[in-house]
Design a protein around this ligand. Structure first.
Ligand code: ACO
Length: 352
């Protein structure tokens, strides 16, 4: 029987570390100023979110989301022992695409140097923080039906250029960081029903669509891009808007439900799971999920303190970080649950 296995894993974060102490002093181009630009502080950020620092790309116009994705992709392909030309499909999740269209996967394909060398299909998916699990479900179906054989699944985000570095935007701004993670997925022949990707689930509830969103434009209107620097309400079109409390409550509910369903539907218990890797939105969300779903705390892997919320990238970035620290090992079985804008959520059980 054909099942899907994780052949390679890689991640990338930019070099610049932005600690909470620096956040209040950043201007709208995230350049540090001598005076406070935003009313926030390390104590508030750590207590409410668990975040201590995050990574930002340079703001000199040289780095796009596809560049972060490229570095993670190269590392995952090398980890799989493959060449870029072996990849026959790219699935890329991001809420911060290089430009509105075309999707970012084609830019990664070009930067990998395989645009004119292979027949490599490119998909962009837009499930925000749930993208990696949604993408894994797609990739698993593609591999098991024989549609594609070497799928590059990427989650990549460049948040730092689209945040509101003023007191008005502080609730959202302090949460997000830049980064990317990737996996190469391919087929294996096995009778072991627990091998490789064992389970994926994907859910959505569009009633939550406007509880966490970034407009940039509204196609229903003409002109469809409205921007007036003097009009505060119009200006908000540039920045993410969030009802933090509704997101928080729904995230806990969605991640608990999908985690419990993953175990119930596979018949596994926590004894069969090596690590629980939740989406990294807020440490308090993850602690609540662990408490309600009765997850053994020693099995939980987080990186929110180091990287903040990197949205589509959090799951592979967290797994790869802890692999580099020597915790995650080849063959470990991971249960991941995610929640994001949409609302979207889901879970997956897979071996790395
Ligand atoms: N620094 C200082 N004070 C702040 C900040 C900040 N960065 N942000 C908000 N505050 C203030 C508020 O203005 C408010 O002040 P007030 O009492 O004078 O009105 C006070 O802090 C409390 O604000 P709340 O919104 O009630 O704080 P809460 O405990 O709900 O925490 C937070 C806010 C951290 C945003 C929380 O709601 C949360 O984490 N929600 C989930 C957000 C999230 O994870 N989003 C992304 C997930 S989905 C995805 O990843 C796409």
């Amino acid at each position: 029987m054909i099942r899907t296995k994780v052949m390679g894993l890689g991640s990338y974060v930019p070099d610049r570390i932005v600690k909470n102490e620096e956040i209040p002093f950043l201007d709208e181009k995230h350049v540090r100023q001598a005076t406070k630009q935003t009313e926030t502080d390390d104590e508030w950020i750590q207590r409410r979110t668990g975040i201590k620092e995050r990574r930002y790309v340079p703001q000199d116009g040289t780095t796009a989301t596809s560049d972060l994705a490229l570095e993670a992709a190269k590392r995952a392909i090398a980890d799989a022992g493959l060449q870029p030309t072996d990849i026959d499909c790219i699935i890329l999740g991001t809420l911060s695409p290089d430009i509105h269209f075309p999707g970012t996967a084609v830019f990664v394909q070009k930067k990998l140097g395989i645009a004119d060398k292979t027949n490599c299909a490119c998909f962009d998916i837009r499930q925000q923080c749930s993208s990696f699990v949604y993408g894994m479900q797609m990739a698993d179906a593609f591999v098991r039906t024989g549609m594609y054989k070497r799928i590059l699944l990427i989650g990549a985000e460049l948040h730092s250029h689209s945040l509101d570095y003023s007191t008005r935007g502080r609730d959202v701004m302090v949460l997000f960081g830049d980064g990317a993670g990737a996996m190469v997925l391919g087929p294996m022949e096995t009778d072991d029903a627990k091998a490789g990707i064992m389970y994926t689930s994907a859910h959505a509830d569009g009633n939550g669509a406007m509880d966490l969103y970034l407009k940039i434009f509204e196609i229903a209107k003409a002109p469809y891009v409205g921007y007036d620097a003097n009009n505060r309400d119009e200006n908000q079109i540039k920045y993410p808007q969030m009802d933090g409390k509704r997101v928080f409550l729904n995230a806990v509910r969605g991640m608990v439900m999908s985690t419990q369903a993953a175990l119930a539907k596979t018949g596994l218990s926590w004894d069969d799971i090596t690590w629980f890797v939740p989406h990294q939105a807020n440490l308090r969300i993850n602690e609540k999920v662990v408490e309600v779903a009765k997850i053994p705390p020693e099995k939980v892997l987080n990186t929110i303190d180091l990287f903040g919320n990197t949205t589509a990238a959090t799951v592979p970035l967290t797994i790869d970080y802890w692999r580099q620290q020597g915790k995650v090992k080849k063959g470990d079985r991971i249960l991941s649950s995610v929640f994001g804008s949409g609302f979207t959520w889901g879970a997956a059980i897979f071996q790395v």
